[in-house]
Design a protein around this ligand. Sequence first.
Ligand SMILES: N[C@H](CCC[C@H](N)C(=O)O)C(=O)O
Length: 327
Amino acid sequence: MSQLLKVHGSENQFFILDQTQLNKQLSDNELKQLAIKLCDSNNNILDGADGLLVINDSKFADCIGQMRVINADGSEAKMCGNGLRTVSRYLSEKFNQDSFKVETLETNLAVKKSENFFDKVPTYSVEISPISFAKDDLPFSYMNKIELIDEDIPEFIPGQKFTALAVPNPHLISFVDEVDEDDLGRIGHDLNGSNEYFPEGVNVSFCEILDTNKLFVQTYERGVGFTNACGTGMSATSLAFAMLNKNYFDQDEDITVFNPGGMVKTNIKLAKRKEDSQIHLIGNATFTHELTISENDLHVANVNDIDILDTGEETYYQEFVDSISKI
Ligand SMILES: N[C@H](CCC[C@H](N)C(=O)O)C(=O)O
């Protein structure tokens, strides 16, 4: 029985650990160390990953499991949109249910199996919630602002506007004509080090508006760096897009969000009070490998003692990616 899975949502790569299968739960520090070890590409465990998703039993009767999110640097996040799709598939197949709730650090989220985007590419829809623009919920500090919505912030990039929102992890978004990776990398790095603006760091996304309900989003993630996709980043960006670009947004249709790892869809329902808007993220949940620690003791996971089985699913995902085009 494999103890770990290697998975991805839009090539945002994770390891999944189902702690309910272990004889002894790992401590928070052991989970942090395991995440750092597994995710570090220098350890040659399937080229590392962007984070570790930990599944535990839920304390809520209406949830079939709990998801915790540990970034590659060992920091814990409240939420992970791409990761929640893979955890939803894992729990769906484990309990043979297609629609249920998953407990996360901040709230319990509704998830469900969706119609596959492509043959043999399992596809899931997850609720992204709660939503906040309040400075104390991000948190951020900028002049006397209590919200940052389409705000000129010359200290970041002169002439570029930014929007900050928590879903509930923190996101800073800017709409650009073309993503400049140097700018994105510099701001992402600076705002996740010691800085006066985002004391707990922030995920930074640049977005190109390609057409009506069609976006390209690239993200520099807190606790990771550049990733192929960031589910909460694409979700937060989709809400900001719907709020700020009414002439390019059709509320009756999903938004197609391209990213360096592929494509997802988001569904936005704007509400009178913006925090009451609804976001759903729909996309693949691909399981690429099953891993077994022969020690059967994750506390001392030894790099050389891991058996790895390739599921063959990546082939189907790549066929999906080859079938889509931004234009
Ligand atoms: N780096 C994020 C957590 C992972 C989010 C991302 N991978 C997603 O799919 O939402 C943070 O520290 O808030």
